[in-house]
Design a binder for this molecule. Structure first.
Ligand SMILES: [Zn+2]
Length: 309
């Protein structure tokens, strides 16, 4: 009897050890938040911290990806810009987050915004790129998708499968391709982000998360061409600064020379913008065909067919 009892206890101890090891392997990501200016947050910092950790675990599970993250979180008063939050860092690591507190503060909004911004950080870490895919609509859509139930609660949407009616102009923005959506009002921007998140959900359910990962990887690898363009522009700007007389060698240059070089620079900036836009569109469409075997408009039409508008 004693032997059976000992074996029984041993089995229990062993299963506890196995489950601890299993859980640790499968869910080992840790989040550390360092707060700045938390006095302006109308919420106890411990409550905020606890909820943020829940959001982190939720998003890691959604992505089946468990990194360790240390984030500097700064609270700031929104002075009417209606910026909800932003993330930034240097060229290798995005590890800083600013959350704006305005008069329309609510817990749903605060946690929805945090979940979206954390979504950006997990996205960047997942695809190993501190600049995202360089296709802003996709980066914003993915961060919103990753924020999942916290984003939906804030935006008062039931799921990522239900679009608002296209006839209601206030609540519908066409799914544009590399659009200028950042210039939209914040209300329309929310609608736009939500629609891109719906599109991401469609891609994942129709193809798989791995396909979406491959798609992002393709965009990043090919986006290098654009970074080269950006670097050459930077060089031109440095050249123009030298021409302004910042360099003693150039101090005898005439005003005419300086104006000419500034004109050249303006032309280069315009050319760069045009080239960059064209390049991004090309990369984007090639990626759609390579990975999903359909171009963007076909993907979009198939998505709209599957969704109840
Ligand atoms: Zn964002």
């Amino acid at each position: 009897m004693d032997k059976i009892k000992t074996t029984y206890i041993l089995v229990i101890i062993l299963s506890v050890i196995v489950s601890v090891i299993y859980l640790k392997q499968d869910n080992s990501g840790e989040l550390e938040l360092i707060f700045h200016n938390q006095d302006i947050l109308p919420l106890k910092i411990d409550e905020f911290n606890t909820e943020c950790k829940k959001i982190f675990i939720y998003e890691c599970n959604r992505l089946a990806f468990y990194p360790d993250l240390t984030i500097d979180v700064e609270f700031r008063k929104d002075v009417g810009g209606d910026i909800r939050g932003m993330v930034y860092g240097d060229s290798t690591l995005v590890n800083k987050m600013t959350l704006y507190i305005d008069s329309s503060f609510s817990k749903e909004k605060l946690f929805g915004v945090f979940a979206h911004e954390l979504g950006h950080m997990l996205h960047f870490s997942w695809i190993n790129s501190s600049g995202g895919t360089m296709i802003s609509c996709f980066d914003e859509g993915f961060a919103s998708w990753l924020a999942g139930k916290f984003y939906l609660k804030w935006q008062k949407k039931p799921d990522f499968r239900t679009l608002d009616t296209p006839t209601d102009q206030d609540n519908y923005v066409n799914l544009e391709f590399i659009s200028t959506f950042k210039q939209l009002s914040s209300k329309k921007r929310d609608v736009m982000y939500y629609q891109w998140a719906c599109f991401i959900e469609y891609l994942i359910s129709e193809f798989s998360l791995q396909y979406v990962y491959n798609f992002f990887s393709y965009l990043i690898t090919r986006g290098v061409e654009e970074q080269i363009l950006a670097k050459s522009l930077q060089k031109s700007m440095q050249g123009a600064l030298l021409a302004e007389g910042k360099d003693p060698i150039d101090k005898y240059r005439t005003q005419e020379d300086i104006e000419k070089s500034m004109e050249d620079l303006q032309k280069k900036v315009a050319q760069y913008r045009q080239k960059s836009k064209k390049l991004r569109s090309e990369i984007f469409n090639t990626a759609c065909i390579e990975i999903f075997k359909k171009d963007f408009s076909e993907l979009k039409n198939n998505w709209l067919d599957t969704i109840a508008i």
